[in-house]
Design a protein around this ligand. Structure first.
Ligand SMILES: Nc1ncnc2c1ncn2[C@@H]1O[C@H](COP(=O)(O)OP(=O)(O)OP(=O)(O)O)[C@@H](O)[C@H]1O
Ligand SMILES: [Mg+2]
Length: 337
């Protein structure tokens, strides 16, 4: 049996192979380059992302997963099939594959149907769909139990999942279409408005990840290259971390507002335990300097972040794929979905 876990992120698709080598076998941008009216696939994953902002008119870069939703089923299937191939799960092997597939917290039946259809189109037959917060907790090395509630927050590129859960179920939780992409868009807008510089998506993302910080002490800087808003000529300017801090902070504040709503729904005993245990923060945005500390100060509780928080969900999926006992526990839990 080939055992895998898939985290189909809005930014990055991650695949874990639990049968050979036990590890992350793929992490590639969730995008496809297509050309012409027939939308022929020209490149997938990192090869496609290299083309963002640089393509000729007849080539288009598509992110088939947007804010956690499958917005282009056909291209999502073409992309995932290619990724499966890249991790050695070739078409003739598909019959023997058992998959743990992450889905956003509290996904609607329509979205779950879309995921099921996608898996089917890729030839994956035995698939266990699991709410992302369980996977984020497991992949952050937390132990799930019936009695001890875990508070998780995963901030990805397009989706944030917030949940309080125990092995018994999700006590309160929600997913919202907010994440790193909003911050990138905010940086683009601010550069144009304040500095008269047009920059592309990749540049904005690089600036955010390289010098973005919510700590007052950090004063990093980088050079942003783009074109002048007025003359359209190539131009570049130096950017300080302080100038883009607000572009990040506004979205973290929004997320914290929703997290407050989740916490407000908790029974008193659970709320007390959550406060004592703290928050498990994951997703790529948790890597941005000062975000964990900012969240900790705002929520007035400890925040735990693993070394590679962008992989927490797929690592959690890998743990379930690998461990038959855990797999059976989750199979029972999702038997009626
Ligand atoms: N060092 C980093 N490595 C990867 N992503 C980072 C890093 N620092 C910040 N990020 C940001 O984190 C986001 C990607 O995180 P993640 O991989 O968890 O998202 P995703 O799972 O693809 O998307 P989603 O869960 O929202 O559907 C992007 O906005 C990216 O720019
Ligand atoms: Mg994710």
């Amino acid at each position: 049996m080939i055992k895998i876990a898939i985290d189909l992120g809005s930014s990055t698709t991650k695949i874990y192979r639990a049968d050979s080598g036990n590890g992350i076998a793929l992490a590639e941008p969730s995008c496809v380059a297509v050309s012409g009216v027939e939308r022929t696939v020209k490149a997938v994953g990192k090869d496609a992302k290299k083309l963002v902002g640089k393509t000729a008119e007849f080539t288009q870069i598509v992110f088939p997963i947007h804010e956690g939703e499958i917005v282009d089923g056909k291209l999502a299937a073409a992309m995932l099939k290619e990724f499966l191939n890249r991790v050695g799960v070739h078409p003739h092997l598909l019959k023997r594959v058992q998959t743990v597939f992450s889905v956003p917290c509290g996904a609607s039946q329509t979205l779950l149907d879309d995921y099921a259809l996608l898996a089917e189109e890729c030839g994956l037959r035995k698939v266990l769909f699991v709410d992302a917060p369980y996977l984020a907790a497991l992949g952050s090395d937390l132990v799930l139990s019936e009695s001890n509630p875990i508070f998780t927050m995963d901030i990805g590129g397009g989706v944030t999942n917030v949940a309080v859960l125990s092995l018994g179920g999700i006590i309160a939780g929600l997913s919202m279409n907010l994440g790193g992409h909003n911050m990138d868009a905010n940086i683009i807008e601010k550069m144009a408005r304040q500095n008269g510089l047009n920059i592309g998506d990749l540049t904005a993302e690089r600036i955010k990840n390289e010098i973005g910080s919510l700590s007052d002490k950090v004063r990093a800087s980088t050079v942003a290259q783009g074109s002048s808003v007025q003359t359209f000529y190539p131009a570049s300017i130096a950017v300080q971390s302080g100038e883009i801090a607000d572009c990040i902070r506004v979205y973290i504040d929004k997320i914290l507002e929703y997290a407050g709503m989740v916490l407000n729904q908790l029974p008193a005993e659970v709320a007390a335990a959550v406060h004592k245990n703290g928050l498990c923060l994951s997703g790529g945005v948790a890597k941005i300097d000062g975000v964990a500390e900012y969240v900790s100060r705002s929520l007035e509780m400890d925040v735990h972040v693993t070394e590679e928080p962008q992989f927490a969900v797929v690592l959690g999926g890998g743990m379930i794929a690998r461990d038959q006992r855990l797999y059976n526990v989750f199979s029972k839990k999702y038997a009626n979905v």
